[in-house]
Design a protein around this ligand. Sequence first.
Ligand code: FE2
Ligand code: FE2
Length: 416
Amino acid sequence: MKGFSELRFVGLKLVIFVFLVSFTLMLLPFHIFQTSAIAHINETYENIYEQSVEGLTKSLSVGYFLWHAMFNAVQSGNQDFVDLMFQEILEDFPDVRAIRIIERPKEMAQERDFEVFVRQDELYAFLNIRDSLSQNTVEDSVVLVSLDKEKTLARLSMADRVTFSNSGRKTFAYGLRADIKGYDIYNWLLFHSFVAGLVGVLLMMEVLSVGFSRYHQTQGLQTTVHMWELQDPYTTFHSKNVAKIAEVLGKRLKLKRKKLAELVNGAKLHDIGKMGISTSILRKKGPLNEIEWEVMFSHPERGKNLLEQFKYLGEYVPYAYMHHEREDGSGYPRGLKGEEIPFEVRILAVADVFEALTADRPYRDAYTFAEAAEMMADMPLDQDIVSELFSALPELERVLNPRTAESVQGAFDSVI
Ligand SMILES: [Fe+2]
Ligand SMILES: [Fe+2]
């Protein structure tokens, strides 16, 4: 993770922002899942709970209050029988907290066997007392049953998920308020999201810092080279044109995208070592003396040393260092031969020579593209690449010509 050392270039606000975005993106789906899971649990539990309470009340109704013995006992005031039955109910039905006969309230109609209702957050039921055929109903009184809502919950094994509470946020069965627990994964989830946030920040640092540093270093140096070349009308577009030629050749020779981009950038930087050389040597019209040649020959080495100062430009060093090496070992600085020179650098060497031959020089006019290619067929360059250059000539005409004043202006615009 090269990005760590670049942390100082990343603003704290951005780090916090990316952390929060990653954190939220991680947490959000789980939160949505949790909310929907709780809603589903609520609905399911509510149905089960209501069914259970209805079932219990119906059992009481059918078992004890649609029964002529009970009907007669109530009508005749046989309290002993009623008490006995109530005692039996309390013993057999743990969910029943209390049971008694009360005066018929207005809201309990005679037509219904029973009705469950909530009063002050407690669960009750009214039951009508009828004979076995449901033909006669006790008119002035009904049975009031107080139900133990907690026991019903426990009997249904819901007690660990649902808690009745007056301040409960959810409406449960019969409108009772309750807290309903979801899946207890929040702690794990928070930790997970926290880690995701950190990973997001690290990734951002890696991508932004390394990517942008590399981009700015590359672009910065390329612009510097180009501005430097603009000082000399004969080499104004040398590096840019070499990059264009190298790109055409690289594509035709089926370089992978990453290698092609490396070649194009390397081509733009290949002569960067010349920046340290005096213009009196670079622009000398007459022949160079021995010392001047030595200085000229040093530009690959200078380019290598310069690029090595930049953290992310190591991949372009071979382009600066080896572009004057030749197939037969006659090049410089090391006299490397053939395959010892990387393939992409051999493409660059062909592009470099072709550009130099087809550009005007103080001491001669430019060669035509065909003339230049012919001359190159006899040079110690990779001849497979030179052959490709021959077939690419029409395309190169399109890409390179015309080298006009407009393109000079364009170059200034792009630099500014
Ligand atoms: Fe060069
Ligand atoms: Fe060059």
